[in-house]
Design a protein around this ligand. Structure first.
Ligand code: HEM
Length: 508
């Protein structure tokens, strides 16, 4: 017997002794070795695990993804490369270097479109709407939207809409909570307000989510669920969501996304028949694409910014005091006493004069940007200004949240909430748009920026001049990990009626 085995070739003898457990053990050993090597040799950026890529790190930090990304970017001076699970085809870079961001958003704009990855996931919801479009289609839609949004009719109508909603609905809801002294979710109320606002401005239809009983509105709910389902596609690999879609099961079930856009189609169909002035490209499809993108762009961003604003000024009463004094001064110039129960709201000129309020809102969004991370996809190989090589097909993320917290961009006090950094000689100063990419920058700069500031200032000034807000004790404030920086548990507050004079008196 021993004679036979000794005459066997070595490979055959090894093969005869091998069993599955040996192979598994060897692979495990190799995996552990690669992990240890990665930990020991890697000096910059997050750990990239063998086989699983960056996925485990992302999973370990799933409750603090933005904070973790910020720490990684600080350690590696602004840019790191990553790859996802083997064979998943996911690789790219994350950056917070303004020169790289400028390169993507302006200098070599053509090489960094939204790309196939983004488009594929958003296709069912947005089709080819501006938010999901590139190249000629995007250019044409942007041209049409700019013409419409810059028209005096739109500017006046949208501002009037905000004022009406604040006066007729928001203040009534607030008054009711002030009387009952019941704690409520301020984020929810603000989300309802801006949803109704964008629907009236864009569709001419009031979904009524801010009616006094704060109802559940099927259209709003459908839109919410459609965006949530789309977000899932960014978090799980295509080999999971694509079969779910194909077999029409789980959250990809046709009844979800399909019916949801039908709701919008029907509203749009009704509305488009109502309009008398026919617009050239407004086929139902074009109109639907435009409306979905418009609602998605303008629905939650300003309410999320306002939620963080009301929270952050609670923590910085000196800032709230300065805002209150600024509003009082404007009312004094108008001839109104700060105690008067004036029902009127602020004019555009008065809102434009609220420099400190604008600075406080900008500072809030620097630290808590409503869209904390954005993504582009490289068409061709490229090299960033900081020397990072970007492989063709890379998904490149620019981390707006991290950019607001970089000492190299904002100085030593980058973590402090300081509205004063936005004011010079009494005027508001816009910072370099590639340092402050909260509204994007370059050719794809947000089209609703001016409207959003007017809207946020109207709401903030109207609320602060009438009510005192208190965040509920022990309420935990943390961001939710999705494309918009919602507060995960909302913002639970109680409010009480307080005139400006009473507020100033308390300060003195
Ligand atoms: C605080 C409020 C807002 C913030 C922070 C904000 C931010 C942004 C950002 C970061 C983008 C780029 C998104 C991307 O390319 O993936 C964007 C695009 C856009 N925003 Fe806003 N936005 C705000 C409010 C609004 C409002 C109220 C409207 C509409 C009335 C609006 C309309 C748009 C449109 C149409 C685009 C697409 C521009 C393009 O792709 O050419 N935004 N916004």
């Amino acid at each position: 017997m021993s004679e036979i085995s000794s005459s066997m070739p070595l490979t055959e003898r090894v093969y005869n002794h091998l069993c599955l457990s040996d192979v598994s053990l060897a692979l495990l050993g190799l995996f552990v070795f690669c992990c240890v090597r990665e930990k020991v040799t890697k000096k910059l950026g997050p750990t990239i695990w063998p086989v699983f890529g960056i996925t485990p790190e992302f999973f370990f930090h799933r409750n603090d993804v933005y904070g973790w990304a910020t720490r990684c970017l600080k350690k590696c001076r602004g840019t790191f490369l990553y790859n996802g699970i083997w064979l998943g085809g996911s690789y790219g870079a994350v950056t917070c270097v303004p020169a790289n961001v400028e390169y993507m958003l302006k200098t070599n704009f053509k090489n960094f479109p939204k790309g196939a990855f983004f488009k594929e996931r958003f296709n069912d919801l947005l089709e080819d709407g501006i938010f999901n479009a590139d190249a000629e289609s995007w250019k044409e839609q942007r041209r049409i939207i700019i013409t419409e949004m810059h028209s005096t009719r739109f500017v006046e109508h949208s501002f009037q809409t905000t004022q009406d909603l604040v006066r007729k609905k928001l203040l009534k809801v607030m008054e009711s909570f002030a009387r009952s002294q019941e704690a409520f979710d301020l984020q929810d109320v603000l989300l309802r307000l801006t949803f109704d606002n964008i629907c009236i401005a864009g569709l001419g239809d009031d979904p009524g989510t801010l009616d006094s009983d704060l109802p559940l509105v099927p259209f709003a709910q459908a839109f919410e669920e459609a965006t949530e389902s789309t977000m899932f596609r960014f978090m799980i690999p295509p080999f999971i969501w694509k079969p779910l879609k194909f077999f029409d099961i789980g959250y990809e079930k046709e009844g979800t996304l399909g019916n949801r856009s039908d709701v919008l189609s029907r509203i749009i169909e009704i509305e488009s028949h109502k309009t008398t002035d026919e617009k050239d490209p407004s086929t139902i499809k074009f109109f639907r694409q435009f409306c979905t993108s418009f609602i998605l762009a303008g629905r939650d961003t300003s309410s999320v910014a306002l939620t963080w604003f009301f929270w952050v000024i609670q923590k910085h009463p000196e800032v709230e005091n300065k805002i209150i004094r600024e509003i009082s001064e404007i009312l004094r110039q108008r001839g109104d006493s700060p105690t008067s129960k004036n029902e009127s709201l602020f004019t555009v000129k008065e809102l434009n004069d609220m420099v400190y309020l604008q600075a406080a809102l900008s500072e809030t969004m620097r630290l808590y940007p409503p869209i904390p991370m954005e993504m582009k996809q490289a068409i061709e190989d490229d090299v960033f200004p900081d020397g990072t090589f970007i492989r063709k097909g890379s998904r490149v993320y620019f981390a707006t949240y991290a950019m607001g917290r970089m000492e190299s961009i904002w100085g030593k006090d980058c973590e402090s909430f300081k509205p004063e950094r936005w004011i010079q000689s009494g005027n508001f100063v816009n910072d370099d748009q590639f340092k402050y990419v909260v509204f994007n920058a370059g050719p794809r700069l947000c089209l609703g920026k001016t409207f959003a500031y007017l809207q946020m200032k109207t709401i903030a000034a109207s609320v602060l001049s009438r009510y005192s807000i208190k965040v509920a004790k022990d309420h935990v404030v943390v961001p939710r990990v999705t494309t918009t920086l919602y507060m995960r548990h909302g913002l639970k507050v109680t409010i009480s009626s307080k005139s400006l004079e009473e507020k100033i008196h308390v300060q003195d």
